[in-house]
Design a protein around this ligand. Structure first.
Ligand code: FES
Ligand code: FE
Length: 434
């Protein structure tokens, strides 16, 4: 993507430095960071096309020939598993005259046939057939008509990421200390295999960062979701322990220099509906596999954001897809465990349906707030938002980064430090072109 990137001046980079300010006792972000197509396009170029972005879960392309079409930043791509088992990604754009090659979200097969003139390609990109090939001159170069490859693809814990930046750091370096949270999340499957179910999809008229910032926001639930909690109280049994107030005792947040962050309850996410014997068997198995202490950590409620747009919940993978500066789509995939007791999986589906899916009792509240934020930020004179809760009260983490209390804005500050680092990076400046 580099050759397509708009030249950026050093002055522009300096302007992005000023979007995030750290003052004594205060951390503030310019409201300009959330609005306007220019900032948005720069985010796509400097963040989404330069760092690692989540593409899919390995269970979505389990067998050779399986593929998924998705977006990397705003670029349509096809991720697939080739006949040797390797995962690759290519642009979803036919090299004949540019048609969208794959219109299905998922599929499987040895070839993809372009709907326009019938050129056929392997899902991994090789051109294998041109109808009426005899009408092309002998000099016509077929070798450079393969689909354009995404230069870097890698996976960790079954999560597949891609990058348009050939020089991007290794995925493991990018994930840094957040690997621990992915490891725990993966270990929850015990002896089974994770499988992502069909996504719940929703959209809102607001900037994508409102959703990213909200993933680890322990300050808002008791306010935004108050009416939802009151409704829940009217139900008995299975739901009531899922929900909690704003200041959760024992809960905490973490924010890492790589931009990732967590919201952790310090206790399991209690959920009813699981057969008690199945629950005990499952927990005993985790202890047998990982020991008592780690099993406890594995089961603790933790939701985290991999910068910039991948949210992992206990039972869900959520992708925050930017569409424009004031439009965002969210894809929320329930995570099931192949091989687990049926009541464990039905409880996981229930979590998606009642809590974090498109008809979930929490998501609807949140996206109403995000759309309201977007309108309010148009107000003249509203120059800054403040993310200062917990400053001076945090503890330094051995792995790097900081921990705060449940309602502290520690992970949001980590996000914005990384955002500034990427947006104002010297490596993005191509000289003083303006
Ligand atoms: Fe794909 Fe013509 S555009 S075959
Ligand atoms: Fe919420």
């Amino acid at each position: 993507m580099d050759e397509q990137a708009r030249p950026v001046s050093k002055a522009e980079n300096a302007a992005y430095s000023g979007f995030v300010e750290e003052l004594p006792g205060e951390f503030r972000v310019s409201t300009s960071a959330y609005r306007g197509e220019k900032v948005f396009q720069d985010e796509i170029e400097r963040i989404f096309h330069r760092t690692w972005i989540y593409l899919c879960h390995e269970s979505e392309i389990r067998k050779p020939g399986d593929y998924k079409s998705t977006l990397l930043g705003l670029q349509p791509v096809i991720v697939s598993r080739d006949q040797s088992g390797n995962v690759t990604a290519v642009l979803n754009a036919c090299t004949h005259r540019g048609a969208t090659l794959c219109r299905d979200e998922h599929g499987s097969g040895r070839t993809l046939v372009c709907p326009y003139h019938g050129w056929s390609f392997r899902p991994s990109g090789e051109l294998v057939g041109i109808p009426g090939a005899e009408r092309y001159a002998p000099e016509f170069n077929k070798a450079d008509k393969n689909l354009v490859k995404v230069p870097r693809v890698a996976s960790y814990g079954g999560l597949v990421f891609g990058s348009f930046n050939p020089d991007v750091e290794s995925l493991e370096a990018f994930l840094g200390p957040a690997k621990l949270h992915i490891d725990h999340w993966v270990k929850r499957r015990a002896d089974g295999e994770y499988r992502l179910a069909t996504a719940h999809k929703y959209a809102f008229s607001g900037n994508w960062k409102f959703q990213s910032e909200n993933v680890y926001d322990g300050y808002h639930p008791g306010f935004v979701h108050r009416s939802a909690f009151h409704t829940i109280k009217k139900f008995s049994g299975s739901f009531e322990n899922r929900f909690y107030g704003a200041i959760r005792p024992g809960g905490f947040t973490r924010g890492y220099p790589q931009g990732h962050g967590t919201l952790e309850a310090g206790a399991p996410l209690e959920s009813g509906g699981v057969d008690p014997d199945a629950k005990k068997n499952y927990e005993d198995r985790l202890i047998a596999l990982h020991g008592e202490q780690e099993a406890k950590e594995i089961l603790n409620n933790c939701q985290f954001l991999i910068f910039p747009n991948l949210a992992i919940f206990d039972f869900n993978v959520r992708v925050i897809q930017p569409i424009s500066h004031d439009r965002t789509e969210v894809y929320s995939y329930p995570v099931l465990i192949d091989g687990a007791d049926e009541s464990i999986n039905s409880n996981r589906m229930l979590d998606a349906q009642t809590r974090v899916g498109s008809a979930g009792i929490l998501s609807a509240d949140d996206i109403d707030i995000f759309a309201g934020n977007q309108s309010a930020l148009q107000a003249l004179g509203s120059q800054w938002v403040t993310l200062s809760r917990g400053i001076g009260l945090e503890t330094e983490l051995e792995a790097g980064g900081r921990a705060g209390e449940y309602s502290d804005e520690t992970p949001q500050r980590a996000f914005w430090r990384k955002w500034k680092q990427e947006m104002a990076s010297e490596s993005n400046a191509k000289g003083d072109s303006k």
